[in-house]
Write a protein that binds this ligand. Structure first.
Ligand code: COA
Length: 179
């Protein structure tokens, strides 16, 4: 990464980061198949998104530049809603388009992995569009393993999309419990 490029980790809040996160989501949604979504999102969707993260005790980790602008964020949440999935999370990472390829995605994913272990997560799953080379490279570099691809489960920009799952497991929790 550019050594002169200062970024700081922050915990994101709706008030401070809602608009910046919304703008990043919408840029990705409009210009890529990284998000399997069609319509530009609104601030109302951000209110629901932040509330779900808070209710689940899930982190939203951001990176701010020297001016305090949010340039990237990552989070995780419920993988599937049944109780026995409680030690598994699905994560996502977004870097603002003008800041990609500088190591910010790597910083965020490392930080999410640390946080996950602190919170007794056992498995982290990334659902990645199979054409998303940057994300696949990033996950492989950080020890995630390709565990399967669901062919043609998405449809966007006039074509079928394959969803590749990448997984990394941790030694946590030391003593898993049911219930
Ligand atoms: C995918 C994304 C999060 C990666 O973050 P980034 O900051 O651009 O990536 P980094 O600079 O940290 O690079 C991480 C690794 O990916 C590689 N990489 C980055 N961009 C790449 C590209 N366009 N093609 C191939 N590899 C790429 C880097 O070389 C690096 O690998 P290395 O550690 O082996 O050198 C970012 O590009 C992004 O936000 N994209 C749009 C949204 C998205 O796709 N999110 C992920 C949804 S699953």
């Amino acid at each position: 990464m550019d050594k002169n490029y200062d970024v700081t980790f922050v915990e994101c809040s709706l008030q401070r980061h809602g608009e910046a996160i919304l703008a990043i989501f919408n840029e990705v949604l409009l210009n890529s198949t990284a998000l399997y979504d069609y319509r530009v999102r609104t601030m109302e969707t951000m209110v629901t998104w932040f509330a779900a993260k808070e209710a689940g005790g899930f982190p939203i980790i951001g990176l701010e530049d020297a001016e305090g602008e949010l340039v990237a964020f990552g989070s995780y949440g419920t993988f599937r809603a049944f109780p026995a999935y409680k030690y598994t999370v699905e994560h996502s990472i977004y870097v603002r388009s003008d800041q990609r390829g500088r190591g910010l995605g790597r910083m965020l994913l490392c930080s999410l992995m640390e946080r996950a272990q602190q919170h007794n997560v056992h498995a982290m799953i990334g659902g990645i569009d199979a054409s998303n080379k940057a994300s696949i490279r990033l996950h492989e570099a950080l020890g995630f393993r390709h565990v399967g691809t669901l062919p043609e489960v998405g449809y966007k920009f006039g074509r079928w999309l394959d969803l590749a799952f990448y997984q990394r497991n941790f030694a946590t929790p030391v003593k898993p419990e049911e219930g």
